[in-house]
Write a protein that binds this ligand. Structure first.
Ligand code: APR
Ligand code: PHB
Length: 390
């Protein structure tokens, strides 16, 4: 098989890129290790910044997002029970975010790829990039007992944090930056009416909590837990009890509880690999960087990579201009690091750090009281939350 862009990974990054390329007359093939049902079964965050929403529309996949997604003009921060409203719209001169689950984004992208005859090969195992440093790179994969080959001009590694792409770059050509946080998030999805129409990020001495939602009848809640905890160790009752303890009393009193549909624990980690290009292999999304979920930057950060990469590829094919591709790594990383900074800042602000020294704890409290008293501090938070310009 031959194509222009060979994409490893059929998550949101690979799908969005493939769709944007198609709309601009550029051919691509996606190799995905898992089945479609498996990919669509993963529950991830659900806040889209306006730049990501714009890309979805440009990729001709924005219709359902615009119809069913909820525009959020603000959210709440609770500090040991005291509530602060962050009015995103007012603080940013009109910007908002869209609450629309990543699973739905992925579903819409698959649907569009199907509609436009896109090639997505599922259950492709042993995917390997070859000839990365040549003008004729190619991919191989196994389907059953057969080894198949895809020739292409460029390879895009959009295969997430545990993918094969980043591992194909020799160690001496890659610099890695990492921070692992000493706790995780226990998330629960329940078919209950959300406690609040807006998200609530709660700092509490017992640990962080988040009230989020997917729709008027579907709630998503999280609590900070030690990494040694297990899902089995948390009954639904224990989860609801702990969540209530960390929320302001008036919110806790309104909380509607019910059986969980899904419960999982995710560790929190920040990671960046530099550069994001090696020869004719371009890394994008989680393959190159991940953030803790606190500021909802993960998917949005992947979106900015796709923006730069797509523009670079379009200029290359349309105008024989490779400047965008040459600048890809540097441009993408500049924005990636801003998302890293913001996610680290929000994580540091809101969580309870075990063994935090008294000085660090005072600073954390002061950061919060500054936020409660300074419009400029709030405006900076809002600017980052709605997403910086590409
Ligand atoms: N070969 C083929 N496909 C692979 C391989 C491999 N060796 N390894 C992983 N994949 C697939 C995974 O099965 C997955 O479907 O690549 C896809 C990567 O998708 P994601 O992990 O969702 O990453 P990405 O598409 O970059 O999405 C952006 O940012 O913070 C996150 O939650 C956010 O998942 C979202 C991500
Ligand atoms: C979610 O709805 O899953 C969600 C929302 C906001 C975050 C993280 C996760 O910061």
């Amino acid at each position: 098989m031959k194509t222009q862009v060979g994409i490893i990974g059929g998550g949101p990054s690979g799908l969005l890129l493939s769709q944007l390329l198609h709309v601009n007359g550029i051919d691509s093939v996606i190799l995905e290790r898992q089945s479609r049902d498996y990919v669509l079964g993963r529950i991830r965050a659900g806040v889209l910044e306006h730049g990501f929403a714009r890309l979805m529309r440009e990729a001709q996949c924005g219709e359902r997002m615009d119809r069913e997604g909820q525009i959020h003009e603000g959210f709440e921060i609770s500090d040991n029970g005291a509530l602060l409203h962050v009015n995103l719209k007012e603080l940013t001169g009109g910007n908002t975010v869209i609450v629309y689950g990543q699973t739905e984004v992925t579903r819409d992208l698959y649907e569009a790829r199907d509609r436009m005859g896109g090639v997505i090969i599922h259950d492709a195992s042993d995917v390997k990039p070859h000839g990365i440093l040549t003008e004729t790179p190619y991919l191989t994969y196994r389907k059953g007992s057969e080894i198949l080959r895809v020739d292409c001009d460029f390879i895009v590694g959009a295969d997430g944090f545990h993918g094969v792409s980043r591992k194909s770059v020799p160690g001496e050509a890659l610099r890695e930056f990492e921070r692992v946080y000493p706790f995780g998030w226990l998330g629960m999805l329940s078919r209950t009416e959300p406690v609040s129409p807006e998200l609530i990020y709660a700092k509490h001495e017992r640990g962080f909590a988040l009230c989020s939602l997917r729709s008027q009848v579907l709630s998503r809640y999280y609590i900070q837990v030690p990494l040694s905890d297990t899902v089995d160790g948390w009954s639904d009752e224990a989860f609801w009890g702990e969540l209530k303890r960390r929320l302001p009393a008036e919110i806790a009193a309104k909380l509607i509880t019910g059986p969980s549909i899904e419960k999982s624990i995710a560790p929190l980690r920040s990671y960046v690999a530099e550069p994001m290009r090696y020869g004719n292999l371009f890394l994008a999304g989680d393959a190159a960087h991940i953030v803790p979920p606190t500021g909802a930057r993960g998917l949005n950060s992947a979106g900015s990579d796709i923006y730069y990469l797509f523009n670079g590829l379009r200029d290359y094919y349309r105008n024989d201009d490779d400047r965008g591709l040459e600048a890809y790594s540097e441009r993408a990383l500049a924005r990636v690091w801003k998302a890293q900074r913001f996610s680290w800042w929000m994580t540091s602000l809101l969580h309870t750090f075990p063994d935090s020294e008294p000085y660090a704890k005072r600073l954390q409290d002061t950061e919060m009281s500054h936020l409660f008293s300074s419009r400029n501090a709030l405006a900076s938070l809002a600017e980052n939350y709605v997403g910086l310009e590409y």
